[in-house]
Design a protein around this ligand. Sequence first.
Ligand code: SF4
Ligand code: SF4
Length: 375
Amino acid sequence: MNALAPPLALLAELTHRCPLQCPYCSNPLALERASNELSTAEWKRAIDEAAAMGVLQIHFSGGEPTARRDLEELVAYARAAGLYSNLITSGVLLDKNRLKALCDAGLDHVQLSFQDSDAAGGNRIGGYAGGHEKKLAVAKLVRQAGLPLTLNFVVHRQNLHNLPALFDLAVDLDAHRVEIAHVQYYGWALKNRAALMPTREQIEAAVKTVEEARQRLKGILVIDAVVPDYYAKRPKSCMGGWGRQFLNISPSGKVLPCHAAETITGLNFDSVRQRGLADIWQNSEAFNRYRGTDWMPEPCRSCDRREIDWGGCRCQAFAITGKAAVADPACGLSSAHADLVGIAEIESAAQTDAFVYRRVGGANAGPLKEPVPQP
Ligand code: SF4
Ligand code: SF4
């Protein structure tokens, strides 16, 4: 194998705490308790180790990263270590003072999530009353602070029809970029698949909407969007390939090749509490299991796309087939592709719109939570 390049970016999941309860949240079903989160000193050590490895960017994420009182301190520490920092946030705990403190600490960029284009939909999907209105205010504060803004839209059957309105919202809020992310079906989203799966007609309409918006908004708004796996013919290069470009540290310090890797059973993830980050990246069993092409069976092994998409997503392969070491069923050459398409057709026709909301210790649909105070 060639010498292993360092990862480009570190996703620092500071906490699983979050006031919202999105039914597609990428956090695991067993959410980490606050008492088991890495301390400030442990995060600083991880940041030092990441910078020493050659990592260039740090994405502060969660849960809701602003639920950590030491976020400003960690942003300042990352800046001093030479890392570009990005805050991925729901925004609902931010205010003018907190944003100023984050700017002063050296934050480079904000990615703000919206659950829908309007308050009724957004607050229902996020399970948080008043959240949408708060996000609108926070987006304005981010721009007033002079920070570049990306809006994240996770799209699915219950909000895809609002895609044009989501683009209008991004322009109104003076965002630089929007990221349209179709729901990935593992963890919480797998529990909610029948309520979230879009129809093929919706996807076809969305592709046209994105193309039209890209032309119309050229020079105004950058639009990142990919066709969702369930309706694709070839998979995307998930995370740029397992253990090739990214690493993720969970709130308790587990180092993962992607944020959903814990959905694959039988993999052991080392912790920054016990082992150095560079050692984990280079030598850990979990990172090496699906790195490169040696693990691939046919049809990937002899496929000319094997170093383009790296066999697609291991988590999706596991979710659909029970095996992680097979081609992603999103690939038309996978023997499980018909199963995937069948699932999409059946689930997208489901009559249920009820959600199983993401919450600590339980997974039942329930009423909206009231806004919680700033911690
Ligand atoms: S997806 Fe929703 S619930 Fe999950 S961390 Fe983000 S805002 Fe919170
Ligand atoms: S066979 Fe494997 S490498 Fe080839 S396109 Fe499909 S998933 Fe990618």
